[in-house]
Structure formats: C-alpha cells, structure tokens
Design a protein around this ligand. Structure first.
Ligand code: FES
Length: 147
C-alpha cells in the first residue's frame, strides 16, 4: 500500500470514528479544493514546544516557518482544533510570501495584497488559485508535514 493511500484511508477512518482515537490525527488535502502536493517521499517534523512554534499549541494559531526542504519560502501553518493545515508560503499570483493567518482567519500576500482564507482559498485578488497544501500528521505536540 502506498503511503498516500495509507494516509487517505487512515484519515477517513479516524474521521469516521469521530476522533475516537486520541493523540493521532491526520489531515489530508483531498477533501477540499486546495492544490494537493503529490508526495515526494519527504517529510519534515516540527516540535510545537520549540521557540517560534508555540502559537500552534492554541486553536486558531498560525505561523510561517523558515525555508525548509519542502518549500524554499517556508510553510504557512494554521491550527484548527486538533488539525494543523500546512500550505506553501508562496502566493499563487506571483510567489510572494504570506503573513500568518490573523484573528479573522485571513492571510495576506505581502506582494500585491491578495487574501487567503484558512482553507487556502483566495478571497481577494489578484490571486485566483488556491494555495498548495501539504498533508500533515499531528501526534501530541509533534507535527509532521509530508511533501
Ligand atoms: S504575489 Fe500575491 S497578490 Fe501578487
């Protein structure tokens, strides 16, 4: 079984069980219109207890990470309850960086002002395409992003 297939099945199983299994939650990107990233066999792990990541321990928290092997402009991360969404920190208009999501659930492009909601969907142009989204796995305070 391919890892992506395993993750999809496991994610749906967990959701179907109404999150009866504690401590392990998967977020797939196949249930929305965001542009999925085909897994390349890479993964990066973040400890939410480390400096710079602690905002993600709170519901609604959002940060942008430094450059890493998954995305040279870093990742835009957003926590919604026990799921953390991971997007490329790269506007789909002309690849400028984005701000973390604010209290209204909007991320702003620093280039030309496009706004994206927490689903990675542009709500204000000039960007028209959804952000690239990565699959994630949150186990306690350890976030793994697959790319
Ligand atoms: S690069 Fe983001 S709106 Fe132009």
């Amino acid at each position: 079984m391919e890892r992506r297939e395993f993750i999809d099945i496991t994610s749906k199983t967990i959701c179907a069980c109404s999150l009866g299994v504690t401590g392990i939650l998967l977020k797939g990107c196949s249930d929305n219109d965001s542009m999925p990233v085909e897994p390349q066999g890479l993964e990066i792990t973040f400890d939410l207890n480390e400096e710079g990541f602690q905002d993600l321990k709170v519901n609604g928290g959002s940060i942008v990470t430094p450059s890493n092997e998954l995305e040279s402009k870093g990742l835009l991360l957003y926590r919604n309850n026990e799921i953390i969404s991971a997007y490329a920190n790269r506007c789909t208009h002309a690849s400028y960086k984005l701000t973390p999501f604010n209290d209204s659930g909007l991320s702003f492009c620093v280039g030309h002002g496009a706004q994206f909601n927490t689903e990675g969907v542009p709500v204000t142009g000039p960007a028209t395409r959804n952000l690239r989204e990565f699959e994630t796995l949150l186990e306690d305070d350890i976030l793994t992003v697959f790319g």
